[in-house]
Design a binder for this molecule. Structure first.
Ligand code: PLP
Length: 390
């Protein structure tokens, strides 16, 4: 049997392997605390669940429009208008089965041998995996601790060359929790005027998870790049709906039809009751979102304090998402080995920084989407482990 060589180049998201291993250890009787996977530990709010149940009872059992039901696309437009005071037509909204599907589609659209795609390092691992799958050359944009884990406009613009097709941005960011300040985004967008053929994919899946009074700056608010901007967003993180497999993207007119055709070829449409649930998520009360973010904020502060209390570990305060990215380079451990031993020996699941890129060496990712009590238990174990295994 011979498969095409592209498939050998597909990478992975190690968070799923860690989730699997954590499950095996837990089934074997270990008290596992999962700070590995990036998903809210809250249930989907009840009004959203009820909307899905109602949709099922109302007979929404068939295919829908491949782009998503119109009321949902209209609700996405209204939501973006409410939050960013920006106009997005429902005709530019594509409802997709998860945020990942947007990056998959955009990278497929722009990636081919001979083309460069810029992506953040450390960054969400699927960006690089998909770029390599297409045969395009992955060009890493360094995301540095000394820069607050934000994108540097200057460094990003310097990496653009004659073959650059697409730039992937992500703020608030996974895995570091950094946000890129407006001044830096202004500079980046101004510089992009010199490269009108370069497309931009802005991953804004964490756009409602910012702390310390920070405001999200959506790339949608820059009209000068709208005709080459793809925005990735969805319900997974904001409404604790990771398992519903649902997301949306905004495409410029000239790309929308291509993305729509891929949808028709690949998934036909998104699960119908899930779309009605998503509609309720956007149009119903938003109190649950605020409550979740408030809890994440309290845990964030506690995680940072506790991490900085561990000898050899230092952690800057993340400003967004629900991840901390402590520097463990002074512990004497290689990051991946530390993450692996923490899981095997203490039952604490984290992800080694190198799983997010070469600049992730020396760091581990802690997802604080777990209870305060579990976070404290986990970090106490980590502190004891490092004291006993210097
Ligand atoms: N983008 C980033 C930066 C993420 O961290 C994730 C999930 O972890 C996704 C996209 C994918 O989200 P979804 O679960 O909706 O596919």
């Amino acid at each position: 049997m011979k498969t095409v060589s592209n498939f050998d180049r597909i990478g992975e998201e190690n968070a799923f392997a860690v989730l699997g291993r954590a499950g095996v250890l837990a089934a074997g009787g270990m008290d596992v605390i999962n700070l590995g996977i990036g998903q809210p530990d809250f249930p989907t709010p009840e009004n959203i669940v009820e909307a899905a149940v109602k949709a099922l009872r109302d007979g929404h059992h068939g295919y829908t429009d491949a782009t998503g039901i119109l009321p949902l696309r209209e609700a996405v437009s209204a939501d973006l208008h409410r939050r960013y005071n920006t106009e997005v037509s429902p005709a530019n909204v594509l409802v997709v089965p998860g945020g990942k599907v947007t990056m998959f589609t955009a990278i497929l659209m722009f990636g081919e041998a001979g083309g460069d795609i810029l992506y953040p390092d450390p960054g969400f691992p699927i960006y690089r995996s998909m770029i390599e799958y297409t045969g395009a050359t992955p060009v890493a944009i360094p995301i540095r601790e000394e820069n607050g884990f934000a994108f540097s406009a200057e460094e990003t613009l310097k990496l653009i060359g004659p073959n650059t097709r697409l730039i992937i941005l992500n703020s608030p960011a996974n895995p570091c929790g950094g946000i890129t300040p407006k001044a830096e985004i202004d500079k980046l967008v101004a510089g992009l005027a010199d490269y009108p053929d370069v497309a931009i994919l802005s991953d804004e899946i964490y756009d409602q998870m910012l702390y310390d009074g920070e405001q999200h700056v959506s790339l949608l608010t820059y009209p000068e790049i709208r005709d080459r901007l793809i925005v990735l967003n969805g319900w997974s993180k904001t409404y604790a709906m990771t398992g519903w497999r649902l997301g949306y993207s905004i495409w410029p007119d000239r790309l929308y039809n291509m993305a729509r055709k891929l949808a028709v070829n690949a998934w036909s449409c998104v699960n119908a009751p899930a779309q009605y649930a998503a509609l309720e998520a956007l149009t119903g009360p938003q109190t649950a979102v605020g409550e979740m973010v408030a809890q994440f904020d309290a845990r964030r502060k506690s995680v940072v304090t506790q991490l900085n209390d561990i000898p050899g570990v230092s952690c800057i305060t993340p400003k967004g998402a629900f991840y901390a990215f402590p520097n463990v380079s002074q512990t004497g451990w290689k990051a991946k080995q530390l993450a692996s031993e923490l899981l095997e020996q203490t039952g604490v699941a984290t992800i080694g920084g190198p799983d997010f890129g070469t600049l992730g060496e020396g760091y581990i990712r802690i997802s604080y989407a777990n209870s305060q009590e579990n976070i404290t238990r986990a970090l106490t174990r980590m502190k004891e482990f490092l004291a006993q295994n210097p």
